[in-house]
Design a protein around this ligand. Structure first.
Ligand code: 0RA
Length: 633
């Protein structure tokens, strides 16, 4: 700390950083993996801003051997001149003062409400060490910090070429703050790829020096959003080669959209606001959707392709769509469970009218593509109407015995207090029977599934909803799917997938997760979907049985117990009512994994690769993820 001399003004600076260390979650969301990676996004945003400002085109991100991260850009370089009020180098103020604000805060698209833009000072405060090197005006300036406090004054290290400029930030996350400081290569790579698609021309190079085998990936797309939708469709068969593309602005709001339909049955719309992936959608996505439905209906009506009274629903129009909407706006408001839903009401109309004009123009100018899209949507409409007819027929036949309308296989719980209730979706009739015997009848409902669930990645919505398994499940859950989804009608607070720990069980789990992700993603986003974790081993010692859930736990427990007879649990069927209750269903002792979507693009890639048609990319994906015991969904 040498000769650094703090004046009264600087005291508030220190207090600011103290607040960050006391309540890190307020500034970076959390102190888990999510918050840790947020540290990188925070520094990277500054480097991307330089590219947006027209200076700088390459960002190098390096995971160093010692666990620190370096982010180096060729932007203008952080200012280093003395700050007029604090009389310290601007660099020091930017890095050590919370919300340096004012003079330095010249971001055109500051993100409020979200967690971005909290500033590099937050990263500094939560780092054991940070070093910033700025190259500009022919010189290199450098300063080091520990938990946000300068170790010494800024130094001039020497001369650089007069043309060189940029900022290099290296930080070591503080392991007394973060639960883990182990960065995940895939999480970083996914985010950097997205960032480069959203900023055409920007190049990000990611290097991992942590293990013997150095990993490196480089992301750079001159085609921006158009390349993005093509990349998203790499596992699908597009029905038109050239994506629909437009970029329009109104005031300070800029919307950029690319759309490409494929012969698949799913809807994959990725929304971004100021480069943040809005997993829960919001008004920008709603505006795009309403324009699409209206424009394609109008186009079909004008050409006389519909029978009287026939109309495409939004779900019809979006069957097989892959789209990206990137919105840049000032003062976005984020809502929702994970604060990834755009809330600004005015945006819906703005995007709707921009998209209506652009889509009308596109369809007029590209009649071949227009026809392909209309044919696809009409096929969805026909399938939907045929499925409805079949259902009405069944309903008429059963007119006398409708009862509650709930599936006969469902063993419902007695409580009607939704916050307390749970639905166990159980593989197989026999495990279903055991679960019925073991459950808490008041709060736990059981829905047994016989055999495989239809793969919704490979079938249209009408056919999927016509399958008994899926119809039963959706009816039991209560919300409906697609456009008619209504969270207020949700019948259970927790929906828990319970399958065997074998290959078949994994497959059924994957099919159910695909169904939830494609048809009711809102339930995943709101944290209602869980996977039950049955025990892996049973240890018998004397009269007592112990259950453990992993090989690590087994080792520990055996060390505790000294001796015992170990047996492997293979399937749910091996347990009796009482065992299933105590190991897997009793809320006090069971293990549950909550299913979440960290990144919409990544989740779509995982499902389309694992459950879709393309074989070669699936093999590559599985090989790439082979070291992970299981792919996190
Ligand atoms: C404040 C003002 C200016 C640039 C930056 C900060 C800046 C920060 C970081 C962090 C990492 N890389 C960065 N690059 C730039 C504007 C400088 C000017 O107008 O010359």
């Amino acid at each position: 700390m040498a000769e650094t001399n703090y004046s009264a003004k600087d005291i508030t600076v220190l207090e600011g950083l103290e607040a960050v260390r006391k309540r890190p979650g307020m500034y970076i969301g959390s102190t888990d993996k999510y918050g840790l990676h947020h540290m990188v996004w925070e520094v990277l945003d500054n480097s991307v801003d330089e590219h947006m400002a027209g200076v700088g085109s390459v960002i190098n991100v390096t995971l160093n051997k010692d666990g620190s991260v370096t982010i180096e850009d060729d932007g203008r370089g952080m200012p280093v001149d003395p700050h007029p009020v604090y009389k310290r180098p601007a660099m020091e103020i930017i890095v050590t003062k919370l919300h340096a604000g004012g003079k330095f805060d010249n971001k055109a698209y500051a993100v409020s409400g979200g967690l971005h833009g909290v500033g590099i000072s937050v990263v500094a405060a939560l780092s054991k060490d940070m070093r910033v090197d700025v190259t500009k005006g022919g010189k290199v300036y450098s300063q080091e910090y520990a938990i946000g406090i300068p170790k010494a004054d800024m130094k001039i290290l020497g001369d650089a070429g007069t043309k060189a400029h940029g900022t290099k930030v290296t930080f070591m996350a503080d392991d007394t703050i973060f639960k883990t400081i182990d960065f995940d290569y895939k999480t970083l790579a996914t985010r950097f790829r997205e960032t480069c698609f959203l900023n055409a021309g920007l190049k990000i190079v990611l290097k991992d020096l942590r293990s013997e085998k150095v990993k490196e990936d480089s992301f750079h797309y001159e085609g921006g959003l158009i390349e993005f939708v093509k990349w998203l469709n790499k596992t699908r068969k597009p029905i038109h080669a050239k994506p629909i593309y437009f970029k329009k602005s109104e005031g300070s709001t800029v919307a950029e959209v690319a759309i490409q339909y494929s012969d698949s049955f799913n809807e994959n719309i990725q929304g971004f606001v100021n480069t943040i992936n809005t997993i829960e959608g919001g008004t920008h996505v709603a505006g795009l959707k309403s324009a699409l439905t209206r424009v394609i209906n109008d186009y079909g009506t004008k050409r006389g392709v519909f029978k009287k009274g026939q109309k495409l629903t939004g779900d019809d129009v979006r069957e097989g769509i892959t789209a990206v909407i990137s919105l840049k706006m000032s003062e976005p408001q984020f809502e929702g469970q994970t604060k990834t839903k755009l809330g600004n009401g005015e945006i819906k109309g703005v995007v709707d009218s921009m998209a209506t004009a652009a889509l009308n123009d596109f369809l007029e100018e590209n009649p071949v593509v227009a026809k392909a899209i209309l044919t696809k949507a009409s096929a969805a409409l026909k399938a939907r109407e045929a499925a409805k007819k079949a259902k009405d027929l069944v309903r008429r036949k059963n007119a006398l015995g409708v009862g509650s309308g709930l599936p006969g296989k469902l063993a419902d719980c007695s409580s009607r207090k939704r916050e307390l209730t749970e639905l166990y979706v159980v593989e197989g009739d026999s495990a279903g029977g055991t679960a019925k015997g073991g459950r808490d009848r008041e709060t736990q409902a059981i829905l047994p599934l016989r055999g495989k669930v239809l793969n919704v990645e490979k079938s249209n919505m009408a056919r999927a909803l016509g399958s008994e398994q899926i119809a039963n499940l959706i009816t039991a859950i209560g919300t409906g799917v697609g456009e008619s989804f209504d969270i207020a009608k949700l019948r259970y607070n927790k929906i828990i997938i319970m399958t065997d720990a074998d290959v078949d069980g994994q497959h059924i789990k994957a099919l159910l997760l695909t169904l939830f992700f494609r048809y009711v993603p809102q339930l995943i986003e709101a944290g209602h979907i869980f996977v039950a974790v049955p025990p892996f081993y049973k240890i018998k010692k004397g009269m007592k049985d112990y259950y453990v859930y992993s090989s690590d736990e087994l080792k520990k427990k055996m060390a505790d117990l000294g001796k015992g007879e170990v047996s492997r649990f293979k399937g749910l069927g091996e347990m009796n009512d009482e065992q299933l209750w105590s190991t897997t269903m009793n809320p006090k002792t069971r293990r549950l994994k909550q299913v979440s979507i960290e990144d919409g693009v990544d989740a779509d890639e995982t499902f389309s690769l694992l459950m879709g048609d393309a074989v070669a990319p699936r093999r590559a994906f599985i090989e790439e993820n082979a070291e992970k015991a299981e792919v996190d969904l």
